[in-house]
Design a protein around this ligand. Structure first.
Ligand SMILES: CC(=O)N[C@H]1[C@@H](OP(=O)(O)OP(=O)(O)OC[C@H]2O[C@@H](n3ccc(=O)[nH]c3=O)[C@H](O)[C@@H]2O)O[C@H](CO)[C@@H](O)[C@@H]1O[C@H](C)C(=O)N[C@@H](C)C(=O)N[C@H](CCC(=O)O)C(=O)O
Ligand SMILES: Nc1ncnc2c1ncn2[C@@H]1O[C@H](COP(=O)(O)OP(=O)(O)OP(=O)(O)O)[C@@H](O)[C@H]1O
Length: 494
């Protein structure tokens, strides 16, 4: 695309150099530039990437977007603007031909359940015969192809580029985990959603948002962002069990469908029966009642599954069609996942890292516990530590609570476990500054019939230590190795 077309869209700007250049790529990261790239410089929390301009010019970049004047040779085109990241969104969407117009987009927001619902949907669409894409905490996916990403909602240019890749791949639908950070700092600028789903709002990320009120309004942006154009077919799917849905109901003019576990919702479940293999329930819908056998454990996963099914239903699939695919659905990686059911203990990994998530996950597992319940929980460094006290208290719903750090970054691991310990409600508690030792200890003290619930990590393959350095870490492997050592089960499948 000729940069003149991009520049013409901006009123407030100063442009130096030629405007008849062709560009094929845009990036906010100097390490990603190639010939034909526009490089957008910005001031981050850690570095000011205006400092990399010489470097990107040496790599062949001829067009740069900046927020402050920089001295460069005359053969470089410099576009000086007020807010370079806002311009990055605009240029990226123009360059990639407004990619969200070419597929169905589903945005999922809420404190817990985004990855779960987005993953369920990604599989449901494929079983219904569509090509699907997923972007979120577990990376970027095009059907079964998986690529790593850095954030739950990546920065604006990377996100737009991935949407463009999904369109090129032939994806019919793209499922987005929409983080409140992403909504607040413009990572989703230009993304036009067709379906917006809300899971729940409970305490998390107060280090970033400051208060639950600000956090609530951050998430509301997904719903106000749907716009007002009623010639478009869009839907709002809200968890009726969460009171915040009443606000989000008023945030958008599109049809609202509520789901949940209570009979006054539009779509809900009753006759729920839980086991360690999964859950059965009766799905009550505007088109009839259906029996569902779900491979997912836990009441909150009934809610999550209904949200996912509802998104397929509003796109025209019947509940009969949708339910037929459910027994083929894959487990959601690291979310209430039972590791090797041949063991004499129930060894479960989960990603719960908020008080509500932890409470729900313990409540889900408790009825299935035969002997004692050992809960391991962790506190993240440099994050919302005000949740630690409650998490320490909730972990004591187990007979044994083990406190560890989880991605401590530059915080002292003992400080983090101490914050958890402050909430303890019984004495059967242990602290480990090395999380893997805590996992091994949980196995060491277990007896056949016990349930061990390892929360906060799931299958995240690293621990973030001092300086933000990621060290390889696999909780599933540590736990299984310790369990095989203790219980001698050799036929491991992993
Ligand atoms: C606090 C925060 O949001 N930080 C984000 C921010 O980092 P930053 O401001 O420190 O960036 P920086 O390192 O100063 O770099 C500034 C600019 O220079 C560029 N750069 C940098 C180095 C270089 O050599 N060359 C270069 O061009 C960078 O690409 C960037 O454009 O910009 C980065 C690039 O876009 C993000 O990856 C990073 O997310 C970090 C990793 C993070 O942990 N964010 C969390 C708080 C977050 O966003 N979480 C949400 C929610 C998750 C959930 O729901 O649990 C998420 O969506 O992930
Ligand atoms: N609907 C729900 N309500 C409460 N807790 C839930 C719900 N769904 C999942 N959880 C719990 O929260 C944990 C995280 O789930 P999931 O990864 O789906 O959430 P998320 O919103 O994507 O979180 P993140 O933004 O941190 O990636 C799960 O492992 C489970 O313990």
């Amino acid at each position: 695309m000729e940069i003149k077309l991009l520049i013409d869209r901006l009123k407030i700007k100063q442009v130096y150099g030629h405007t008849n250049r062709e560009v094929t790529h845009i990036t906010t990261d100097s390490r990603q530039v190639k010939k034909g790239s526009i490089f957008v410089a910005s001031k981050g929390n850690r570095v000011d990437s205006h400092n990399f301009i010489e470097d990107v010019i040496n790599k062949g970049v001829e067009v740069i977007v900046v927020e402050r004047f920089v001295e460069v040779s005359d053969d470089i085109t410099v576009i000086l603007v007020n807010d370079s990241l806002r311009v990055a969104s605009l240029f990226a969407h123009m360059l990639y031909e407004y990619p969200t117009n070419h597929l169905t987009t589903v945005g999922i927001t809420g404190t817990n359940g985004k990855t779960t619902i987005a993953t369920m949907l990604h599989h449901l669409w494929q079983h219904l015969g569509l090509n699907s894409s997923y972007i979120g905490t577990n990376g970027f996916m095009l059907n079964a192809n998986h690529y790593e990403t850095k954030n739950t909602t990546p920065e604006t240019v990377t996100l737009t580029e991935h949407i463009h890749e999904a369109v090129d791949f032939g994806a019919d639908v793209m499922n987005f985990e929409v983080s409140s950070h992403g909504l607040m700092i413009g990572r989703l600028n230009g993304v036009e959603f067709d379906i917006a789903i809300f899971t729940n709002l409970t305490q998390d990320h107060l280090d970033f948002h400051g208060s639950m009120t600000d956090y609530k309004y951050a998430k509301e942006r997904l719903f106000t962002g749907l716009g007002q154009d009623l010639s478009k077919e869009k839907y709002v799917i809200l968890n009726g069990d969460d009171p915040v849905s009443e606000l989000y109901r008023t945030s958008s003019p599109y049809e609202v469908i509520t789901y949940g576990l209570q009979s006054h919702h539009d779509i809900y479940a009753d006759h729920i029966k839980e086991s360690i293999e999964g859950t059965t329930f009766r799905l009550m819908t505007p088109t009839g009642q259906y029996n569902v056998t779900s491979p997912y454990i836990g009441l909150f996963n009934v809610s999550n599954l209904i949200a996912a099914m509802t998104a397929c239903w509003v796109k025209g699939y019947s509940f009969e069609q949708i339910i037929q695919t459910i027994d083929q659905l894959e487990r959601v990686s690291g979310r209430l996942e039972v590791l090797d059911d041949s063991l004499p203990i129930q060894l479960v990994i989960d990603f719960a890292h908020t008080p509500d998530g932890l409470q729900k996950v313990i409540e889900s597992v408790k009825p299935l516990v035969q002997n004692k319940l050992i809960v391991l929980t962790g506190m993240q460094g440099e994050r919302d530590t005000t949740k630690a006290f409650d998490m320490g208290r909730i972990a004591c719903l187990g007979d044994v609570a083990i406190y560890t750090p989880d991605n401590p970054v530059d915080d002292d691991p003992d400080y983090l476990t101490g914050l958890l310990k402050a909430g303890a409600t019984h004495d059967n508690i242990y602290e480990f500054s090395d999380r893997s030792r805590g996992v091994e200890f949980a196995i060491e003290i277990s007896e056949p019939g016990d349930t061990i619930l390892l929360t906060g990590k799931g299958r995240e393959p690293y621990q973030i230590g001092p300086g933000g350095v990621k060290h390889p870490y696999r909780e599933d492997e540590i736990a299984l190795n310790a369990a095989y050592k203790k219980y001698g089960v050799m036929d491991r499948e992993n």
